[in-house]
Design a protein. Structure first.
Length: 240
């Protein structure tokens, strides 16, 4: 990454979009301390994170949902969720679990089911719920819609909207620009390891919506699928 500067304000939802290899996941790994930055600063609520290991950053209130989910497949939904709150007292863990199951009602019906038996969308809900069990002040998501059917993507972002309305700050990295920009208030475009100038969501969203629907009519695809393919290939990221 080169000359990257992004900001997420308290209670704000921000997207970072771009093609494969643009540097989006690298950005998140640097924020979480999995990779060391060669220069620059990373600050969270006024604290410099440079010297802190990943677990200390998580304890400060940063929740991380990695790409690939990384669940324990032989453990149940409830057991996977409880891992995220292992440092909390028993009553607090129960309170947080009830809140997560209320945010993702489908998981309440599946709480005794082993995670290897879940669909991709259900597994992603568990992954997000596990991060939320730590009661973060900032939730970071890496490609949450990857591999999901359009209906599952809609359910997932619907739950994220409700969490955002409750005041949770969110930074989401996506190739699916349509989904990300419909959820967030503004976004950054990554290209070749460089974060482009941020744009306000309404303008980006209108341009992307018009462009994707027009392209879909030409190619005979649904608008959401057309937009997802275009964002994945990086064809529309330049020059927004």
């Amino acid at each position: 990454m080169h000359a990257v500067s992004i900001e997420v304000k308290e209670g704000e939802a921000v997207a970072t979009i771009g093609a494969n290899g643009a540097g989006k996941t690298t950005l998140l790994r640097v924020i979480m301390g999995q990779l060391a930055a060669s220069s620059g600063r990373i600050r969270f609520r006024g604290t410099d994170l440079a010297s802190l290991p990943p677990y200390a950053r998580a304890r400060m209130g940063i929740g991380y949902v990695p790409e690939g989910r990384a669940l324990f497949p032989e453990m149940t939904v409830e057991e996977n969720l409880m891992v995220g709150a292992h440092r909390a007292a028993r009553e607090e863990r129960s309170r947080r679990l009830c809140r997560i199951l209320a945010s993702f009602p489908k998981l309440d019906r599946l709480r005794r089911t082993r995670c290897r038996l879940l669909s991709g969308g259900e597994q992603q809900m568990v992954t997000i719920g596990r991060a939320l069990m730590a009661a973060p002040q900032l939730l970071i998501l890496d490609e949450p819609s990857t591999g999901l059917a359009p209906r599952a993507v809609g359910e997932l972002y619907g739950a994220l909207r409700e969490l955002h309305r409750e005041g949770l700050a969110t930074l989401v990295v996506e190739q699916n620009a349509y989904a990300a920009l419909s959820f967030t208030e503004r976004g950054y475009v990554f290209e070749d390891g460089r974060g482009q100038r941020p744009r306000r969501q309404p303008c980006c969203y209108r341009i992307l919506t018009w462009w994707s629907r027009t392209w879909a009519r030409w190619d005979g695809l649904p608008a959401t699928e057309a937009c997802h393919d275009t964002a994945r290939n990086g064809g529309d990221a330049k020059g927004w």
